[in-house]
Design a protein around this ligand. Structure first.
Ligand SMILES: C[S@@+](CC[C@H](N)C(=O)[O-])C[C@H]1O[C@@H](n2cnc3c(N)ncnc32)[C@H](O)[C@@H]1O
Length: 224
């Protein structure tokens, strides 16, 4: 899915497949529950709107759902989506417009150069497994340095069960051949919790919490 030369129809199909997997995995509620205390706290200082950015946002599904939930609950938030794929950013902007939620999308390669602006919270889902350890360390440092409150990362764990679930559920939930291929390759490229902890330590990042989550994932939360 990260191939910039992927034809648009195949990219769209794969992103739709990924959305189905997100619904199945309960991704949105996990991010919502992690954000809720920060959203509530921000209401106590109404002059300051929380700024929340999703790095590697794909078609913006997570942001759209979170923005809709936040609006319904009366929270005012500036939402930003970063992705290095022009196709993903365009599609994400179209889908946000169609859903009537206000989200700004920007094409950014998170590894190349500076992150354009600081946010209070960075979100990041199903992203780290694309990278080598050294890059993940750099990404963690960038997330810490470009946020004022927290970053929340959810990703796959490299386990045998995870590999089996990626193979079987990928085929049950979507017909996208890209998702079928990416699913198992992603588990192969994923990290164990021990490896993530080692990378956080070498990036000198403390104040973290890592939990195992269904289906064979982890959620990492860093608080400033
Ligand atoms: C597997 S998709 C996950 C998309 C989304 N986070 C989700 O959970 O549906 C990974 C996304 O990261 C983006 N990406 C990969 N490398 C990137 C980079 N260096 N900078 C920004 N985005 C990147 C890809 O374009 C793709 O949209």
């Amino acid at each position: 899915m990260d191939d910039p030369d992927l034809p648009q129809d195949q990219h769209d199909h794969a992103l739709r497949g990924l959305t189905t997997i997100h619904r199945f995995s309960g991704l949105v509620n996990r991010f919502w529950n992690a954000l809720l205390p920060m959203l509530k706290q921000s209401q106590q200082a109404p002059s300051k709107r929380l700024k929340i950015a999703d790095v590697g946002c794909g078609d913006g599904y997570l942001l759209r759902r979170l923005a809709a939930k936040a609006t319904a609950a009366g929270f005012e938030v500036d939402w930003i989506g970063y992705d290095f794929s022009v196709t993903a950013c365009k599609l994400a902007a179209q889908k946000a417009d169609a859903a009537g939620v206000k989200i700004r999308f920007e094409q950014v390669d998170i590894l190349a150069g500076e992150i354009p602006e600081k946010a209070d919270v960075f979100l990041n889902s199903l992203f780290l497994h694309h990278f080598e350890s050294a890059d993940v360390e750099t990404i963690f440092k960038k997330f810490r340095d470009a946020t004022t409150q927290a970053f929340i990362v959810e990703d796959l764990r490299r386990t045998v069960l995870g590999y089996f679930l990626a193979w079987s559920c990928g085929r049950l939930l979507t017909r996208s051949p890209i998702v079928h291929y990416d699913g198992v390759v992603s588990v192969e490229g994923a990290f164990s919790i021990d490896e993530i902890q080692t990378l956080l330590a070498s990036a000198d990042i403390q104040n973290t919490n890592i939990c195992k989550r269904w289906p064979q994932r982890f959620v990492l939360t860093y608080r400033h």
